[in-house]
Design a binder for this molecule. Structure first.
Ligand code: ADE
Length: 472
């Protein structure tokens, strides 16, 4: 990081185009800062579009704790998967030698928790927030993501009072399910955690989120927790029995909804669809408009090619103490480029999967061969890599790893489409196993074997036509 500012002025920390401001929050592994995007078009770096929140994660700490790198990687891919008006959006991921920076949408209104701490909300206000929470949670669940730590502290508000779910640090994807189809990691905050999570016998993350939604609803309407005790054992006993009282000011319809959510048996707990059918929820509900997915900017990984060294590397080991360079300009941190990724991997710190372009390893390539030849080649390459092959209809090949991967056996289907004489387009689809194993399969494992038939991988620079087709 570099510091900016004229003589006599307070020198601000600058992280590329972002000027870092006050601390917004702090966890065990990360701090979240307010920052301004100095390049924000048309605003001169002011106004809401220029405000961001940056989560700063210390690599050394991550490295020291087993599984944390994986968790960060998961958090980032989940944030990219769940782009929704009621979920804090991710903008980009940057890295230096010692830190990872996750740039997120800034929620100016702060935590919903702060509002509730001042006293319970009216039913209309509580409903408005609860409707947005359920819309966001339903969206995540439809994408296979369970949040697992829903509580008012993780519900932020933007400048228009719109709710934004944040902190997917504990969220889980289906690939974390064990063979019984259930999650087994105990996480979340005790007062909001579903009984089946506390029982440690495996749980359905989505159903557990609905219990937490019930606790959030209760807190919004009552101003205090439904299951509270100084002694954790006693609190757990209350949770196991769903032993709570609803104060008299809560309406009958709201009570009935709470009673449908704080149900000990997850199978009997209301689903998202059932919540949405209740009279209390339906009042004034307008489903949020979803915007189309944003295409990530191209060439992100190569943005720092002229850097000539590690990102934001100002010579010292710790980028926090770095300053402007001798030319008087601030050092400009950039997105990690391929070279830096490789160096961070060789130093035992694998950042792969964190960066947008690289995370979406090309799954499509164009081949200079007829479809039948491509299929044969795919089969021989996959066999050599230890995959079992099943031919599907048309030009489809399913490849399943014989060995267990990070999360079960990787399975990939390749579909070959002949688009012209001796030209075919091949697309890999992820069928089973870990998403990162799939990424590695497409980005690394199959490439050498396929090199002789590949014309171009999607996203790579297009080949010179003459060379590619072998004609003058
Ligand atoms: N605290 C943590 N994340 C935040 C965000 N995205 N906006 C505002 N405050 C936050």
């Amino acid at each position: 990081m570099a510091r900016s500012g004229r003589e006599g002025e307070e020198r601000k920390l600058v992280l590329g185009k972002y000027e870092l401001g006050r601390l917004l929050g702090q966890g065990t592994f990360a701090k979240v800062y307010y920052a301004r995007d100095l390049s924000a078009a048309g605003t001169g770096g002011t106004g809401s579009s220029s405000s961001v929140a940056i989560k700063v994660i210390d690599k050394a700490r991550l490295r020291r704790t087993e599984g944390m790198m994986e968790q960060l990687r998961r958090e980032i891919s989940i944030m990219r998967m769940v782009r929704h008006p009621n979920v804090v959006g991710i903008r980009e991921v940057l890295a230096s030698r010692s830190r990872v920076f996750v740039v997120m949408e800034y929620a100016r209104g702060g935590e919903l928790f702060a509002k509730v701490a001042r006293g319970r909300l009216t039913e209309d206000h509580a409903r408005r927030y609860f409707q947005q929470l359920v819309a966001a949670v339903g969206f995540c669940h439809r994408r296979g993501v369970a949040h697992r730590d829903l509580k008012p502290e993780n519900l932020l508000l933007d400048e228009d009072g719109r709710l934004k779910v944040t902190d997917f640090g504990l969220a889980a994807l289906p690939e974390q399910l064990r063979h019984d189809g259930l999650l087994h990691t105990q996480c979340g905050t005790p007062a909001y955690v579903a009984p089946e999570v506390l029982r440690k016998r495996g749980y359905d993350g989505a159903r557990a989120d609905l219990w937490s939604c019930g606790v959030v609803l209760y807190v919004l309407l009552c101003g205090f927790l439904p299951f509270q005790h100084d002694n954790y054992v006693k609190m757990y006993q209350k949770i196991f029995k769903a032993d709570y009282q609803v104060p008299p000011w809560v309406s009958g319809d709201a009570r009935r909804l709470i009673a449908r959510l704080l149900v000990v048996d997850p199978a009997k707990r209301a689903s998202i669809a059932e919540i949405m059918c209740t009279p209390w929820f339906r009042k004034g509900f307008v489903p949020p408009a979803l915007s189309p997915p944003v295409t990530p900017p191209k060439k992100r990984l190569d943005a720092g090619d002229d850097d000539g060294g590690a990102l934001f590397d100002t010579g010292g080991g710790d980028d926090d103490n770095s300053s402007s360079n001798s030319a008087g300009t601030t050092t400009s941190p950039r997105s990690c480029n391929a070279f830096q990724l490789i160096s961070s991997m060789s130093s035992g710190f694998d950042l792969s999967g964190l960066f947008e372009n690289e995370q979406k390893a090309a799954t499509v390539f164009t081949a200079r061969a007829p479809a039948a030849t491509v299929v044969e080649k795919l089969e021989s390459v996959a066999r050599a890599l230890g995959f079992e092959i099943t031919r599907g209809k048309g030009w489809k090949v399913r490849m399943e790893a014989k060995a267990e991967g990070t999360n079960g056996r990787l399975a990939v289907t390749a579909e070959v489409l002949e688009v012209a004489v001796d030209v075919a387009v091949v697309e890999f689809a992820h069928d089973a196993g870990d998403a990162l194993d799939f990424n590695k399969f497409c980005a690394v494992d199959v490439r050498p074997g396929l090199a002789e038939i590949v014309w171009a991988w999607q996203g790579d620079s297009p080949p010179a036509p003459a060379a590619a087709v072998g004609t003058a």
